[in-house]
Design a protein around this ligand. Structure first.
Ligand code: SRM
Ligand code: SF4
Length: 559
């Protein structure tokens, strides 16, 4: 039997449902049940303030409903004008902050239903959009955002944009509901040539990396592409399929899985290949059980060889043998770098991806001021950080002064652990969170830093990640150290992922509170400082010293 969400999509008339009526209903801050599901495909989530949950229950009030809107940016590129637009919206309608996500998108939280349409109109007027930022479709296409690291970057980014445009749903419902535009005339019908009426069985994610940097963590995507260049020119892409990280505690049929490389294609064919892979998943993905519906499970069910055959049938040609490549990291490289055209690029650490002003550090105001003078662009990284790219030489000093005036610290003042940290949103907005993540990880890192300093390894880059539940939004299973929330104040520790995003980690200890976490990690860190091999990474060390067994594939993640 198809799952409830399948029926909702089927009956929605290409994602219309009763969203218009739900928005107009002033009696509640929420949407009708089916619309809560449908609005995801328009890029928004209905949420409620979980900090106020029990108080409002006591007072017999409905939860304090609000919406999160996600703004898609292929490859994470926004103009200064777009930055200012998002900043304006965050103050006018949202909670005053901007969230930079692990997939190079913006999120605004705390939007009230009555302001949602105005918000989405402003976003579209600024030439950004929210359609398909969430839901059972292809999501924001990620791409290495660093313009100075490779001569092929601009061309690869163009492919990210092409793939994204090609896979954007064609329904006119978005224009009708949010932009008051009627695009269908005289009996015309919507059509979805790629997705069909019920779209995909589940979300679908695509990311592109340009070796040697895997900062878009391509192996955690349904479709990962590795740019292959020859003498500074882009030739094509290695194709990896079946990555995904979400799992459910207590259900070992769900597991994180890294994508398998199935071959190479010349660049001209990449959009076609992406489309056909999606169509195979559309046809063969599980539409009964949403916990078993991602491409990774389709592939493990039918086998990778059969999957390739299905793709080849639609393509009418085969992929070539995968080309050699090498990754050296999956994190960001911080600080000022000069590009080949003489302009500057600054990669900034944004803790938890949250852009806001605090009493001491006025990060948001600084970035706003910079956006008013900057003539290059802003690039969101897949590690929740920000690159201010293509800074004119004349602006470098000004930008440095703006940061100093606003007390924004340069990256050298942070530990290697903090600079390589990712935390998902979790509380207070995520309805699926069992525990804190973004609001808690910084203080846990303070304590871990003390241990690292005692052992003289505070500058060592170690990938550390925290999520409030096992869904994997902060890509915890690719952390050399990871904490996954089990209950308020309690976390599972996972250890041993690869530094380059090519190996999953493994459960080390379960259900620990803060003191137990520190007690568990102290001896491992001390041992690492004392007995690591030259240049050995923390993730490799914990496997060599048998703290955890190596996870060689998704299917043995739990064993
Ligand atoms: Fe995620 C659901 C936040 C990246 C796997 N994710 C959610 C929701 C929408 C909760 C919900 O369904 O009600 C979270 C909203 C929290 C909030 O208040 O903002 C949420 N996910 C995020 C973000 C904002 C985390 C962050 O702090 O940056 C990331 C937004 C990315 C974007 O711009 O599109 C985000 N989510 C990811 C990633 C990482 C990635 O894609 O690189 C994953 C793991 C990779 C994967 O998809 O397998 C991820 N999110 C999930 C899942 C589990 C999916 C699964 O296959 O099991 C859920 C739950 C679901 O879909 O049922 C989920
Ligand atoms: Fe929410 Fe869980 Fe995703 Fe964190 S990992 S944002 S708690 S769904």
């Amino acid at each position: 039997m198809p799952s409830e969400v399948e029926i909702i999509k089927e009956n929605s008339n290409y994602l219309r449902g009763t969203i218009k009526e739900s928005l107009a209903n002033e009696i509640t801050g929420a949407l009708a049940h089916d619309d809560v599901n449908l609005i995801k495909l328009h890029g928004s989530y209905q949420q409620f303030d979980r900090d106020l949950e029990s108080e409002r229950k006591k007072q017999k009030l409905e939860p304090l409903y609000s919406f999160m809107t996600r703004i898609r940016l292929a490859g994470g590129i926004a103009t200064p004008q777009q930055w200012l637009t998002v900043d304006d919206l965050s103050v006018k309608y949202a909670n005053g902050t901007i969230k930079l996500t692990t997939r190079q998108a913006f999120q605004l939280h705390g939007l009230l239903k009555r302001n949602l349409k105005s918000t989405i109109q402003v976003i579209n007027n600024a030439l950004m959009n929210t359609i398909a930022a969430c839901g059972d479709v292809n999501r924001n296409v990620m791409c290495n955002p660093n313009p100075f690291l490779s001569s092929v970057h601009a061309e690869v980014q163009e492919y990210a944009q092409k793939i994204s445009d090609h896979l954007t749903p064609r329904t006119t419902a978005y224009h009708e509901i949010w932009l008051d535009k009627q695009l269908l005339h005289g009996g015309e019908q919507d059509e979805e040539p790629i997705y069909g009426k019920t779209y995909l069985p589940r979300k679908f994610k695509i990311a592109i990396a340009i070796p040697p940097y895997n900062d878009s963590d391509i192996f955690s995507n349904d479709l990962g592409l590795i740019a292959i260049e020859n003498q500074g020119l882009l030739e094509g892409f290695n194709v990896a399929v079946g990555g995904g990280l979400g799992m459910t505690f207590g259900n070992n049929k769900t597991y994180p899985r890294l994508a398998d490389i199935i071959g190479y294609i010349p660049k001209e064919k990449v959009v076609d290949v992406a489309e056909k892979i999606i169509i195979v998943q559309r046809n063969l993905g599980n539409r009964e059980d949403r916990k078993n519906a991602r491409l990774k499970y389709t592939i493990d069910r039918i086998g990778i060889e059969q999957f390739k055959e299905e793709v080849y049938k639609l393509l009418g040609y085969k992929l070539e043998e995968a080309r050699p490549y090498q990754f050296i990291s999956s994190g960001d490289t911080y600080g000022w770098k000069r590009g080949s055209n003489g302009n500057w690029h600054l990669t900034l650490f944004i803790e938890g991806g949250r852009v806001r002003d605090t009493d001491k550090v006025k990060l948001k105001s600084a970035l706003r001021q910079i956006a008013t003078i900057h003539t290059g662009d802003f690039r969101l990284t897949g590690n929740q950080n920000l690159i201010i790219a293509n800074i004119a030489v004349a602006h470098k000093k000004q930008i440095e002064k703006i940061f100093a005036d606003h007390n924004v610290l340069p990256e050298r003042d942070y530990s290697g652990l903090r600079l390589n940290s990712i935390a998902c949103v979790a509380l207070n907005t995520c309805s699926l969170a069992f525990a804190e993540a973004e609001r808690y990880l910084p203080s846990l890192i303070d304590k871990l830093d003390t241990i690292l300093i005692e052992n003289g390894i505070e500058k060592e880059p170690i990938l550390i990640r925290m999520t409030g539940c096992p869904n994997g939004c902060g890509r915890p299973y690719l952390g050399e150290i990871a904490f996954v929330g089990k209950a308020p104040g309690r976390y599972n520790i996972y250890l041993g992922a690869g530094f380059t995003g090519e190996r999953l980690n493994k459960l080390y200890k379960e259900n620990l509170n803060e003191q137990e976490i520190l007690d568990a990690l102290r001896p491992v860190i001390e041992d690492f400082a004392k007995s690591r091999l030259e240049n050995e990474k923390f993730g490799d060390f914990v496997i060599r010293k048998n703290y955890v067994k190596e996870t060689t594939e998704g299917l043995n993640f739990h064993s």
